[in-house]
Design a protein around this ligand. Structure first.
Ligand code: GCO
Ligand code: MN
Ligand code: MN
Length: 402
């Protein structure tokens, strides 16, 4: 394997203001840079990357940590001795390169045993095995210091609608999460769960398909305080939704435990494109939300390089995700410091303050006043909101002319 850190790319890029730094908290899944370019129509195009080498290379590019599915680190079917050797070497690499594992997860979708799902599979043996595999994977995550444990229900869904009662599927999902929350508590692990919605793929319909569905479901669990969300850019876009609004709802509810950043060209299959490579304006507002509203977790990239790329292209991709995030961050600062934009926003949000007193919550007096007030709605309706101007100024910031 060539050691790309000895080539100039990373070092040159590290010299400018957008260069990723530890404090930016950028993380990558082992499966993301390790993606070998296989798709439903074509085989692998890149060799596998060794996890230790991945840790070293990502650290050199300025990343803060790595995440993994159990099987990304310890290949499925490894012996206990093999597992221990791999974990030891991996821990050493984390130490050597100053990297951490903030999140871990379980692969409940690759092996054929999961073809009908895991926690919601019709077969009780599959459901029981899924709990076993997840507990072992949680142990692995805990051993490596993960504080967030992600649940993406890869195959939790249907192709034949008649095969499952959707209300029973939800009950099964709830039972599994309740069970695993108890497991984490009993082990004394300092771990929270983050559920990741996706509307479809690989199943034609997945249960709990969007941020909103997931959020409502969390409050039906036995330990809702232990469970939050891991929304992904591509997934909400696959459902045609405004990702930033979904993330805002999770954040406002105190439920944004983690985030999967990538990009997507509209509602298609899950493209997992380099962060910020397509939806420039949407991602500007996403970064604005994360940076301005106090999200303090990792900025985790769940994306992969184009299938056309060799290993060099993979590191170009990884560096690109991080640099683009930092470029958006810089634009967000510009937006906040732009006097014309902020003046306009203050004016837009001003309105007639005499009515503010009627909007401070319910009182019988307010009811009386509101019911009796004679609003001049024709005059109110004539207002121009100046949103064309505001949006154009936003575009000018994003495109770098302000
Ligand atoms: C996907 C998902 C996954 C999950 C991962 C971690 O569409 O394949 O986004 O990449 O994020 O399994 O849970
Ligand atoms: Mn995805
Ligand atoms: Mn994801």
């Amino acid at each position: 394997m060539t050691d790309l850190l000895n080539k100039p790319l990373a070092n040159e890029a590290a010299s400018d203001q957008y260069a990723p730094k530890k404090e930016d908290k950028f993380t990558f899944g082992l499966w993301t840079v390790g993606n070998r370019g296989r798709d439903p129509f074509g085989d692998f195009v890149r060799p596998a990357l060794d996890p230790v080498y991945t840790v070293k290379t990502l650290a050199g590019l300025g990343a803060y940590g790595v995440t993994f599915h159990d099987d990304d680190l310890v290949p499925f079917g490894s012996s206990l001795a093999e597992r221990d050797r791999i974990v030891k070497e991996f821990k050493q690499a984390l130490d050597d390169y100053g990297m951490i594992v903030p999140m871990a997860t379980t692969n409940l979708f690759f092996h054929p045993v999961f073809k009908d799902g895991a926690f919601t599979a019709v077969d009780p043996a599959v459901r029981a095995y899924s709990l076993q595999k997840t507990m072992r994977a949680i142990d692995l995550g805990a051993e490596l210091g993960a504080k967030t444990y992600v649940f993406w229900g890869g195959r939790e869904g249907v192709d034949a609608e008649a095969s499952k009662d959707p209300t029973i599927a939800l009950k099964r999902m709830r039972e599994a999460l309740n069970f695993l929350c108890r497991y984490v508590k009993d082990q004394g692990y300092d771990i929270k769960f983050a559920m990741e919605p996706k509307p479809n793929e690989p199943r034609s319909d997945t249960y709990l398909p969007t941020v909103g569905h997931m959020l409502a479901f969390i409050y039906t669990l036995d330990y809702p305080e232990m469970v939050g969300l891991n929304p992904e850019v591509a997934h909400e876009n696959m459902a045609g939704l405004n990702f930033t609004h979904g993330v805002a709802q999770a954040l406002e509810a105190g439920k944004l435990f983690h985030i999967d950043l990538n990009d997507q060209k509209g509602p298609r299959y899950d493209q997992d494109l380099r962060f910020g490579s397509e939806s420039i304006k949407n991602n500007f507002f996403l970064v604005k939300l994360l940076e301005e509203k106090g999200y303090s977790g990792p900025r985790h990239f769940d994306a992969h390089a184009y299938r056309t790329e060799d290993e060099q292209g993979v590191w170009d991709f990884a560096l690109g995700c991080m640099r683009t995030y930092n470029m958006f961050k810089e634009k967000v600062k510009r937006f906040a410091a732009d006097k014309e934009i902020q003046g306009l926003l203050a004016e837009i949000n001003g309105g007639d303050q005499t009515f503010q007193g009627l909007l401070n919550g319910y009182t019988p007096e307010t009811v009386q006043k509101l019911k009796g007030y004679d609003f001049n709605i024709d005059q109110l309706a004539t207002r121009g909101y100046q949103y064309e101007k505001l949006d154009q100024l936003t575009i000018e910031v994003i495109l770098g002319v302000r």
